[in-house]
Design a protein around this ligand. Structure first.
Ligand code: DHB
Ligand code: FE
Length: 280
């Protein structure tokens, strides 16, 4: 049977992707940020999954504002890196695991998640920057990736409780897939940041650090953070943290935190990153 063996969460700051692509990882501004990912780059060599379910948000790069699905599962054979205004990032194409994607889609609908299926899509920095941070430079990504896009761009965004339930449903779906697959769930986005308006540049280190602590040890506390609290405490874009909740719920209980990293600033955000292993 398929099983979820671990999870990763990370910020997905587009400027990190640009620094990576332009060979700036050793520059004084970027070096301490990339150092925070040295652990995961080693860890992933011993823990390469067959499939990553990559929970992220599109930033109106591919999913424009004409249609805004709450939860949308990538159903194409493959996904190219999106052109976000500077051309496509020079990274490998993301290849889907269609059998698992079909199973997850069916189980989630049975579980009363009215999922949107995306048969054609490019993936933006929310998906490709984490892949670069974890796998480094690659000719091909070493595993299949099922992108799962969550709406955080237009209100009403899903609640923390709904995201938690989605994570649990993903867990149940994976467990009932008959093929013997090693699956990881990743959540990308966050942490506190605001990109526009009078509070642009807002960072709330205290909130972020508490979030990291609770995510590891009392994660269900986090599902009660309301969207208004995210807005007040973490800025307009801090809502991206709900993707971390989906990842965490998908891992279930008995999770070991292998790595935690937090640094301010990276571009406009506080960069956060964690690596978890499931014990069972
Ligand atoms: C930045 C961070 C993001 O998560 C994002 O999607 C876009 C920009 C930033 O810090 O610049
Ligand atoms: Fe983002």
């Amino acid at each position: 049977m398929a099983r979820i063996t671990g999870g990763i969460a990370t910020s997905h700051v587009p400027a990190i992707g640009a620094a990576f692509d332009l060979g700036k990882t050793e520059e004084p501004y970027w070096k301490p940020i990339f150092e925070g990912y040295e652990f995961v780059k080693e860890w992933i060599k011993d823990n390469t999954p067959d499939v990553v379910i990559l929970v992220y948000n599109d930033h109106a790069s591919s999913l424009m504002l004409d249609i805004v699905p709450t939860f949308a599962l990538g159903f194409a054979e493959e996904f190219e890196s999106a052109d976000e205004g500077w051309g496509r990032r020079p990274v490998p194409v993301v290849k889907n695991h269609l059998d698992l994607a079909a199973h997850v889609a069916e189980q989630l609908v049975i579980d009363e998640f009215d999922l949107t299926l995306i048969n054609e899509m490019d993936v933006d920095h929310g998906c490709t920057v984490p892949l670069s941070l974890v796998f480094g430079e690659a000719e091909e990504w070493p595993c299949k990736v099922i992108p799962l896009a969550v709406n955080v761009t237009q209100f009403p965004t899903p609640s923390g409780e709904r995201c938690w339930k989605l994570g649990e449903a993903i867990r149940n779906a994976v467990k009932t897939f008959p093929e013997d697959l090693n699956v990881q769930v990743w959540g990308t986005g966050g942490m506190s940041h605001q990109l526009q308006g009078t509070r642009a540049g807002l960072i709330n280190e205290e909130f972020d650090k508490r979030f990291l602590e609770l995510l590891a040890h009392e994660p269900e506390e986090l599902k009660y953070i309301t969207r208004l609290e995210y807005l007040r405490e973490t800025g307009t874009e801090g809502i991206e943290l709900i993707m971390w909740l989906i990842m965490r719920a998908a891992l279930g209980y008995g999770v070991e935190e292998k790595h935690r990293f937090y640094r301010v600033p990276a571009s406009n955000t506080a960069v956060g990153h964690v690596v978890y292993e499931t014990k069972s």
